[in-house]
Design a binder for this molecule. Structure first.
Ligand code: PLP
Length: 371
């Protein structure tokens, strides 16, 4: 059965302000002829994001993956890095692009974030860092992970691609660890078409990262490192400035949809909505449900049923990174080592959630699952 394109509901749709609002930004770029290389919009967006997110130092990037690769470079991470198999592939790929061996450690069932109780057992003399992910915008156990990093002299880099604007105890989660990496890809809560950033805790580190993302150039004739080209263009930065104006409202609408799903799915046998407790500080970037064995359909059968009805949900994250051909040979990729992540990869569906998803559509999806 095929459904007309306009009847399809995807897991996410980018937040796009009215086109006419973007025109004045483009006119400014055309007038200044500054297209990239730390132009006015780039500087404005760094400043505005520092204020909005509540951080001191931010370096914009062309995408989140190059930001991850550069974050690892900037701290000269080598050898082995402990990370989660339950993430988007870029988390592990960024390690491999630095010649680093990923060491997969299992996650905890409630947040699907790296399990602090299992990190120490995975540390070897080659371990240099920990790379956790704030999965679906739910903070890792940052205090415990920092303690382990300190005890073993490890660096700590958070993949915060899902955690735009997430705060815990009144403070941005991005203030934790040595560095945090954001993604501004079209599918994320805040997008610049493509884009990303590194949050640093001090000015010196930010300066070094800014050199690395610009081929290592410090000035016209001085190159201090074998850097890469990771610079965000003025068009993307300008779009970010426009996008930022509506971000609070967009996140509020996500929260409303999140609450509506929870209410509509409450008591559905075999369906668990992740999070939702009083301490849940997620930005509602995703709406993951676990399809338990008690549910009349398998996860994949429910996924297919949704699709037959024009609902294009996603099995984030399936397959597990550790089951992909380039990783499954690693000793830490053994499924027996990762039972919680394995189960999640077999049971989770992320339902559509985005600011202009209609409440009636949320009800339709929830009813479809209950039926
Ligand atoms: C989206 C994402 C990335 C990659 O970001 P891009 O901007 O698409 O390169 C990395 N890690 C996680 C967890 C992501 O969800």
């Amino acid at each position: 059965m095929t459904t007309p394109e306009q009847d399809k509901t995807y897991v996410t749709r980018p937040l796009l302000p009215p086109l006419e609002e973007f025109i004045p930004y483009l006119e400014q770029i055309w007038a200044s002829k500054r297209l990239t290389n730390n132009g006015p919009f780039h500087r404005q967006l760094e400043q505005a994001l520092c204020e909005y997110l509540g951080v001191e130092h931010i370096s914009l990037f062309v995408n989140g993956t190059l930001a991850l690769v550069t974050a690892l470079q900037s701290l000269r991470i080598t050898g082995e890095v402990i990370t989660t198999p339950y993430s988007f592939v870029a988390t592990a790929h960024a390690l491999v692009w630095n010649g680093i061996k990923p060491v997969f450690v299992d996650v905890v069932p409630d947040t699907l974030n790296l399990d602090p109780d299992r990190i120490e057992a995975a540390i070897t003399p080659h371990t240099t860092a920990i790379l956790p992910v704030h999965c679906y915008g739910r903070p890792c156990d940052m205090v415990r992970i920092q303690e382990i990093a300190d005890n073993y002299g490890l660096k700590l880099i958070y993949d915060a691609a899902h955690a735009f604007g997430v705060r815990q105890d009144g403070q941005s989660v991005l203030r934790h660890g040595d560095l945090s990496v954001l993604s501004f890809h079209a599918t994320k809560v805040f997008n610049t078409f493509e884009g990303g950033a590194i949050v640093s805790q001090d000015a010196k580190t930010k300066r070094h990262i800014d050199h690395l993302k610009n081929f290592g150039f410090v000035d016209e004739v001085t190159v201090v490192a074998s850097g890469i080209n990771g610079k965000m263009s003025e068009i993307n930065a300008a779009f970010g400035m426009l996008q930022l104006k509506g971000i609070d409202e967009a996140i509020q609408r996500r929260r409303d949809i999140d609450a509506r799903y929870r209410q509509r799915l409450a008591g559905a046998a075999g369906i668990d909505c992740l999070g939702g407790g009083p301490d849940d500080v997620t930005n509602s970037s995703y709406f993951p449900i676990m399809v338990r064995p008690e549910f009349p359909l398998s996860r994949d059968a429910l996924y297919a049923k949704l699709q037959d009805n024009g609902i294009y949900a996603r099995r984030y994250f399936f397959p597990l990174i550790s089951d992909l051909p380039m990783y499954r040979g690693l000793p830490s990729a053994n499924g027996a080592n990762l039972p919680v992540a394995k189960r999640a990869a077999e049971q989770v569906i992320c339902l559509p959630i985005y600011p202009d998803l209609a409440p009636e559509q949320v009800d339709f999806i929830a009813d479809l699952i209950r039926r």
